[in-house]
Design a protein around this ligand. Sequence first.
Ligand code: AMP
Length: 249
Amino acid sequence: MAGTESEFHIKCDRSAGSQKVLILLGPPGAGKGTQSETLVKNLKVPHISTGDILRDHIRRETALGKQVKETLDRGGLVSDDLVLNMLAERVGAADCAIGFILDGFPRTLEQAELLDAFLAKRDVGEQRSLPLVIRLKVEAETLLRRLGGRQVCPACHVIYSAELRPPMVDGLCDMDESGLITREDDKKETILRRLKLYEEQIAPIIGHYSKSGSVMDVNGERPVEEISKELLSIVRNAWRIENAEYGLS
Ligand code: AMP
């Protein structure tokens, strides 16, 4: 049964002192974007992808976009300060008051530490906003196959995958019929560089969050719906969302 606004009650709001923060970790192609769509619908908190925000700046040719384009094209990392400022601005919006889902952040140990400090400053009273961290685990071989066939809608940003989510009409977005494009950073040499970078950087981040016991591993090799169910169940338990009467919508 699909959930409605009134069915959801997250036992926590800003006045109660803490925010619900879900960090979705996983290599490029693990399915973070796809799973986030289901989580957003069911949990009613926004999905914040630092990669999407950066690409939007590039598309709009803003000063920030011009500054970061070359870094994104070669699969490198944008500076911690720049990403944190951008993130701080986004999570300051009203729709993030109860909580939000982070995808693509933190990418470095420094970013994880900056995020801790940032969340601590926003806490009201004694309660701490400890993020819930979920890692989607997928083998490198599967990732290469998935990313090789990945296309994105330039208008609504929905991601299609030849393997997991093909568009109904080849090359066209199901939502708005825009022509699908292959992202510069989904080209093969760039994919390999991004996977290597991910492996190097994930270990200290996992180490950091493991200390607070908040990392959950989820097998991302299974069908999309199966993964969604497990993710929702983990988040529902961790966030103590009342009313078990909701399912995938
Ligand atoms: P994504 O869509 O998450 O794979 O991000 C695409 C690109 O945006 C990355 O390859 C980086 O160049 C940049 N990027 C996204 N998030 C971050 C971050 N947290 N720190 C630094 N660079 C980032």
